[in-house]
Design a protein around this ligand. Structure first.
Ligand SMILES: [Zn+2]
Length: 260
């Protein structure tokens, strides 16, 4: 079977100044400043656009996290009308991936069963686990379940021919990554299974982890799904992504990069 090929874009919507101590579970003596970018992703092909993650919106903005544009505004710049998007893959339910649902009124949301259970269950009685979640966004998801707008996957699932999701856990219990068929072979949107290229290259994961073993294995799974090519694994928050790939048009420079 020939698979349709998709174009894949990363859209930056926020940024934050952080440090290496905030980025790696095993700390170096020296704490160096690091930047963190926040993205949503768009997968276009066959006359349809699939969005990966919802980012966060103005309901959450706080602290050092600087919202540059809403994820919907970012998609709009790329020519994708968020009001017409029909399918959104949500990699996990942390605030910076599960926010702006009201901006996608027509969409259904693909999520792992384990993630919804994790974000609404007993683990969240611990502050360490709910730190990454925002209750308003979780409530949006509960309402969406009642409105028949949440589609659950348990493990591995096909969203469309050439777009599959894979539960890896680790960062959160139901963290999933997305594999996409492109003109240049398989590409893996790892989201927070791999925050930064360096987390993967140094086998030193991001400190926010539900299960460190699964997090290490998840990074390996991402590479395996990219046919063994780590360059085809796209991390969730690395500003380097903007250096390794280019904007589809000059107008989108610094905002959107094409990943395939
Ligand atoms: Zn994140």
């Amino acid at each position: 079977m020939t698979l349709p090929t998709y174009e894949v874009y990363a859209i930056k919507y926020a940024e934050r100044a952080t440090s290496s101590h905030g980025t790696f579970i095993f700390k170096d003596l020296h704490d160096a400043p690091m930047d963190m970018d926040y993205f949503v992703w768009a997968i276009s092909g066959g006359g349809k656009t699939y969005v990966v993650d919802l980012g966060f919106d103005r309901r959450y903005e706080r602290g050092s996290r600087h919202l540059l544009r809403s994820p919907a505004e970012g998609l709009d710049l790329l020519g994708v009308n968020p009001a017409e998007v029909e399918e959104v893959i949500v990699t996990h339910m942390h605030y910076d991936h599960a926010g702006s649902m009201p901006d996608f009124p027509q969409a259904k949301f693909h999520i792992q069963e384990d993630e919804m259970a994790f974000a609404t269950g007993r683990h969240l009685k611990h502050r360490a686990f709910r730190y990454g979640n925002f209750v308003e966004y979780t409530v949006d998801f509960v309402r969406a379940v009642y409105d028949d707008r949440v589609l659950f996957t348990n493990g591995e699932g096909e969203i469309a021919p050439g777009i599959t999701v894979h539960r890896v856990g680790g960062h959160t219990h139901g963290m999933q990554i997305v594999r996409v068929w492109t003109r240049d072979g398989w590409l893996v949107l790892a989201s927070d299974a791999v925050h930064m290229y360096a987390n993967m290259e140094q086998q030193n994961p991001y400190p926010a982890a539900y299960n460190v073993y699964e997090m290490l294995e998840g990074a390996r799974t991402a590479v395996k799904l990219a046919d063994g090519n780590a360059a085809k694994v796209i991390p969730g928050h690395d500003p380097l992504k903007r250096e390794r790939f280019s904007a589809p048009t000059g107008k989108l420079d610094g905002i959107v990069v094409r990943l395939d």
